[in-house]
Each structure stands twice: as C-alpha cells, then as structure tokens.
Design a protein around this ligand. Structure first.
Ligand code: ASP
Length: 431
C-alpha cells in the first residue's frame, strides 16, 4: 500500500519533524514562539485523548465483564491477566537489575557533575520529595483503601484516579452479570452504544495525531533544552550512560520477553504485531501517558492484532492502570544508579526489596507523565538511598518517560494478545 495511506507513517513523520523542529528551535532560541504557537496543538491532542479515557474505561470494562457468561469466566481471565502482568513486570526488573549491576553507570559520574546536577535540580527534587512523603506517610493497607472511591463523580473527575474507575467498573460489570437479564439490558445497551461512540471519537482524534505528535515533540525538546542546545547536549553527555542502560533494558525486555510471548505463545507473527501496535507506541512515545494512549492501544489491538473486544475491553484498561514494566525497569535502574553515584552499595536483599516495591509501584503509578519518579522516591527511601538523589536524573526524566511509556503500552498489548490467544479469542491468521 502507498506509504501516505497509512496513518502510522504520518505519525512517524510528525515525530521526526517535531524532533527536528525542536532541536532547531532550541538552537535558534524560538522557545517562546514554540510555547505560544506550537505547543497548544499538542495540548489539544493530549487533552482529547484524556477526555475519553475515563468514559472508555467505564464503558469497556463494564460491558466487557457483563458480556462474559458467568463470574467464573471473569475469575479465570482476571486471574490469568494479573498473573501474566506481574510475571512480565518481574522479568523487566530482573533485566534492569542485571544490566545496572554489571555495567555500573553510576561509577562513571564524576563528583563535579554530581554536585552540579544536585544544585541545578535540587529544588525540583525537593518538590517531588514532598509529594512522595505525603504518599508514604500512610498505613500499609492505604493503597487498597485508595482504590475504592467514596464519590463516583469526584473520582471520575481526575485522570489520576483511573484505578478507582477500574474498581467501579469491575463492580458494575459483576453486578450486571448477577441481576436478571431484563433489568441489565437498558444499562448495557447504553454502555454498548457509548463504547461504539468512543471508538468513533478515537478514530476522529487519530486523524490529528501527526500534528499533535509533532507539537508534543517540539514542545518537549524546547522545554528540556530551555532554549539552549548546549545545555541539552551537556545533560545527555553526563547522563548518557545511565540513559543507555535504561534504554538497553527496555529494548531487551521488549525483544526478549514480549518477543518470545508473541512469537512462541501466540499465532500472531512478530511482524504483524510490530506493525499493528506501532501507532499506539508512537502515541505513547509522544504523550508519555499510557492512560492517554489507552483508546489507541485498544483500537489497534482489536483492529490490527485481532484481539476480541471481550478480552481487549477488560485486559487493556486494567493493563494501562496496573501494568507498567517499563516504569518498573526504569525505577530499578535509577535506584541502583543513584546508589552507585553517591557510593552506597545495595546488597542482594536491598535489590530484592527493589523488585517487590517496584512491582507494587508499577500497580500504583498513575498512567500519566512523570508519575514514575514519585514512586521512585518511595523506593529510594525504603532501601536507604537519599531521595534527594533524584536531582541527578530529573533533567533527562522526560526523555526516559517517553521510552518507558512505549514499553508499558507494548506490554499491555502483548498480554492482551496472549490472553486472547489462550481464550480462543484471537482472530488473526499467521502472516
Ligand atoms: N508515564 C508513564 C505511563 O503513563 C508512567 C511513568 O512511568 O511515569 O505509563
């Protein structure tokens, strides 16, 4: 097919042009112009995706569960999904920890660079620490309490509360399964129709994706470099090795873990998988939010990978909120990197604790930009590394956020494909 007929080629073009423009704008000092005239298009794209995320979660999970024949099927698919999500997250953490412990990027950061980074990013690090402290000053079961909203509208009003919306939707779906069909019909009909409308809205929004992606990339590059390209290169030089370790981990996890799951455990060919999920990966890369990308992930998984609506409607919204392999891997590498930089040796038990905490953190991390770093602070504090150390990595966090979000979304689609395949709900011939 002609290249220009494929939407993802246009999105790639937007991404490359956005990157090129961002570098040019940073070099020319066009930051203010970019903020005034280019960034708003990125914001519009991001906002329209967020706009549909909450209704999509409610409509898709509720109808997804209500369409299952009984609660036993729900328990089976739910148990399987959560089990695979946790296993892939542990695999990601092991890859990250092996890399950071063997390559030791923290050892090569000179003291002068460390001091400079700490003074430059210290203030921002303190702000993040305060948010993390607020989250940590709570009892051990508070995370479960937080999953249950005490007011539907209050909870639906924030994109940070997606996990609460997942909880409400599961409850609603199960109740619909348990009441007489006649009574369930009107609400199900409404949610079904809402679902169809949302899918159409996603398709419409995606037409603007190339422009949105261009603007988001241009905005990110100019913001990071603060109108000063040499600053950006300097930062990349100082933290390049650390970034490479995170990137290598993400790439290895995507190729080894996801590649083997798709290649060996499902009938979908790797080429078809990569091509099929590419638009969602590109949107994840440019928005840094798996929540905002969720509508696209669902559309691509159903349309291109052949995942049934029943599976995608349940597995993907759940994955966007609780499955963040990329985030967990990044947190493990970052925690050990900071410890290495400040000269703290983390033993085996501390690293095991990182695995446990990062699995929990990946469940609790909101599917929005930069959420992962707040949870990282909690991990650092628990293993005895000074949390102020995040000042070292804040400068490049946005770039890594884009990459880890791409991995998070790919992981969700991989698991959806696997679950659909094991349930006999995958409609894709081997290509
Ligand atoms: N931005 C990531 C996501 O939405 C979360 C994080 O790691 O900050 O998947």
């Amino acid at each position: 097919m002609l290249w220009y007929k494929k939407l993802h080629n246009w999105i790639i073009l937007g991404l490359v042009l956005g990157l090129g423009y961002g570098i040019l704008a940073a070099g020319m000092g066009w930051g203010a112009f970019t903020q005034d005239w280019i960034s708003p298009f990125g914001d519009i794209f991001l906002r329209s995706l967020f706009l549909i995320a909450v209704p999509l979660i409610i409509a898709s999970i509720t109808t997804g569960i209500a369409s299952l024949s009984d609660t036993r099927k729900l328990a089976r698919i739910g148990g399987k999904t959560i089990g695979i999500y946790v296993s892939t997250t542990v695999a990601a953490l092991i890859i990250g920890l092996i890399l950071v412990n063997t390559l030791r990027p923290g050892d090569s950061v000179p003291d002068s660079v460390r001091t400079e980074l700490e003074s430059q990013w210290g203030e921002m690090a303190e702000q993040r620490q305060e948010s993390a402290e607020a989250a940590q000053d709570r009892g051990p079961l508070q995370a479960f309490v937080d999953m249950v909203p005490d007011n539907f509208f209050g909870s639906a009003g924030s994109n940070r509360n997606m996990l609460q919306m997942v909880f409400v939707s599961i409850l609603l779906g199960i109740s619909l399964l348990l009441i007489p069909t006649e009574k369930a019909k009107p609400l199900l009909g409404f949610l079904d129709s809402l679902n169809a409308v949302i899918i159409k809205v996603v398709q419409l929004i995606m037409y603007s994706a190339p422009v949105g992606v261009f603007a988001l990339l241009a905005d990110t590059v100019t913001l990071i470099s603060e109108d000063n390209l040499s600053e950006l290169w300097g930062l990349l030089g100082a933290l390049g090795f650390y970034m490479l370790v995170v990137l290598a981990g993400l790439i290895l996890h995507m190729t080894i873990t996801y590649g083997s799951i798709v290649g060996f455990l499902t009938p979908v060919s790797l080429i078809r998988f990569i091509k099929g999920i590419a638009p969602a990966q590109l949107v994840a890369f440019s928005t840094s939010s798996s929540g905002a990308t969720l509508p696209v992930t669902m559309e691509m998984s159903e349309k291109n990978l052949g995942v049934s609506e029943e599976v995608s409607a349940f597995v993907l919204p759940l994955g966007a909120t609780i499955n963040m392999d990329g985030t967990a891997l990044y947190q493990a590498v970052a925690a050990v990197f900071i410890a290495q930089t400040v000269g703290i040796a983390l033993g085996f038990s501390a690293q095991l604790e990182i695995i446990l905490l990062a699995v929990l953190a990946s469940i609790g991390t909101a599917a929005v930009p930069s959420a992962g770093i707040i949870m990282l602070i909690i991990i650092l504090q628990s293993v005895g590394v000074p949390a102020a150390g995040i000042a070292l990595i804040l400068g490049v966090d946005r770039i890594l956020d884009m990459c880890r979000t791409t991995c998070n979304v790919t992981g969700d689609a991989t698991v959806a494909t696997l679950v659909a395949s094991t349930e006999g709900q995958l409609d894709t011939p081997r290509a």
